[in-house]
Write a protein that binds this ligand. Sequence first.
Ligand code: SF4
Length: 648
Amino acid sequence: VFPHLFQPLTIRGVTIPNRILSTGHDTCLPHHGLVNDEYIAYQEARAKGGVGLIVTQVAGVHETARYTSHLIMANSDACIPGYRKLAEACHAHGAVVISQLFHPGREIMESANGLLAVTYSASAVPNERFRMMPRAMPKALIDEIVQGYGDAARRMRQAGLDGVEFVGSHGYLPAQFLNPRINRRQDEYGGGLENRLRFLRECLAAMRAATDEDFVIGLRLSATEKDEEGLTHAETLEAMRALEDQLDYLNITVGTSASLGGAVHIAPPMAFPAGYASAEAKDYKEALKIPVFVVGRINQPQEAEQILARGEADMAGMTRALICDPAMPGKADAGRLDDIRACIGCNQACIHHFHRGMGISCIQNPESGRELVFGTHPVAAKARRVMVIGGGPAGLKAAAIAAARGHAVTLFEAGAQLGGQALMAQLVPQRAEFGGIATNLARECVLAGVEIRRNARVDADLIRDFAPDAIILATGARPYIPSYESDGAMQVVTAWEVLTRQVKVGAKVVVTDWRSDWIGPGVAQLLAREGSSVELAVSGVHMGETVPLYVRDVTAGELHRLGVRVTPYARLYGTDGDSVFMQHIASGEPIVFEGIETLVLSNGHLPVDDLSGEIAAMGIECHQIGDCMTPRTAEEAVYEGMVAGRAV
Ligand code: SF4
């Protein structure tokens, strides 16, 4: 089906069986700076699923490289046994394994290890995102770090890995030396291109000298950093032409942590089109002789195949696609395209977990990152008759897992469509792909043999007639309407009514955002796009506090572009005529919005739980999951579905 995607690629005698690449990505799975069994199980699941090349997450080459408390450190031989076990586990399934070698320079969070980090860069030029003022590296420290790269490469060689990837992307240390606006040194490491390349050349030479001729050494680079201060496409292209003789491949991405629009390119959310960075890679592919890899929301094998067929790159980075469905390569190779659980670019459980210091996972695939606990679901000791009530994400996942374990599962959905609130989330601008979660989970149900009954509202009589051995109750929620004072003059509607087009709102609107989630900003965006003047009144410090960082960056930019005014610390008090009265939560002072025609309420949910009492009275085993235990995110709902599906 995919003639280009399943072509092997040989680099320095190392043959990668196909063109699917899992790029280096932080997982927060390792602890104490070492590769551990959790991380090995995570990567082994991808290898088993058929990925061609695994680039493992960044490994620090020097003590000054610690940028999070979860960073693997490759600055001592203690790292070798863990990497050896990892390489053996992945090699057993045919995957090639390369480790990223890393120094972030000034790109360090102040909270790393809970201490204020002292950072170093080529020069003392501050970092915008983390607000760090680095110290210019003295020559002795440069020498130590160059040596650190060499020693780390030697350790990876000893551990049996196939190569290393020098991380110069996203504005990390090599890019800081390369960038004339950050590197203001007067010595042999600053000035003209060859001087700015000196640090990169020395590191690459140290890595080669410490390893063998058949050891792969690649470079990851942002083709353009998309920032006023960042490297431009022309600058990096010129630099790579000069550096090519020291590289076995070039792995292209875009952006830095300070890019316009935020660090979004590190894990571009669903607002970005699939494969959007491949055009950047094309120029390198044309200019260089070495293989060029590319990333950028390549979430389906069809996208990857097209990028390869157009000659824009030699390998396709499909990291989140593999987090979401580790078996994707094998399914693609077998032509089972409908069975692929496609990543929707929500960032909710992968990079959002990393930003919260938690092990990464996937909202659609909670088994991901938890392979040691949920890697397999035990076959049921005795097949039971299981009734799942509610066809939202929680009910769908529960039904799929219970059926896959051997139970006879029937899912009852009161409406015509499966998906619950995911169907509403997909109606928000730039979130259309969210509906994919419903499609994917419904497919899991079909594959597992779940009987699905739509337009089937369940009551006590139906439960008695059906006589299940166990019930999974996933009946969802409805909007919560807070109490507030009102003279009844103003149109007051819920966010759900707006999203489902049940109401028409006025020209001047106030939207409340009590949960600081996607609903308030999403509705504000929708109404502003349609011409309303919108005030978004959020209860927290800022909009979208619970929304993944890069998704929030995109939304914040869009709200600003649309002229939506955001008021923080706002609590609804009441309406009078065309005025909405709120209270500033911190000061207690009034906030008044005047000339308002419609108040849109996004104030959380109430559980829909009409059956649990009667089920208890019948004495039937019951597991309550998802938004009928509100508040629940889609991630929490799916996770609970998996747990309930294992428990029946
Ligand atoms: Fe993709 Fe969302 Fe899963 Fe991350 S959590 S892998 S973005 S579907």
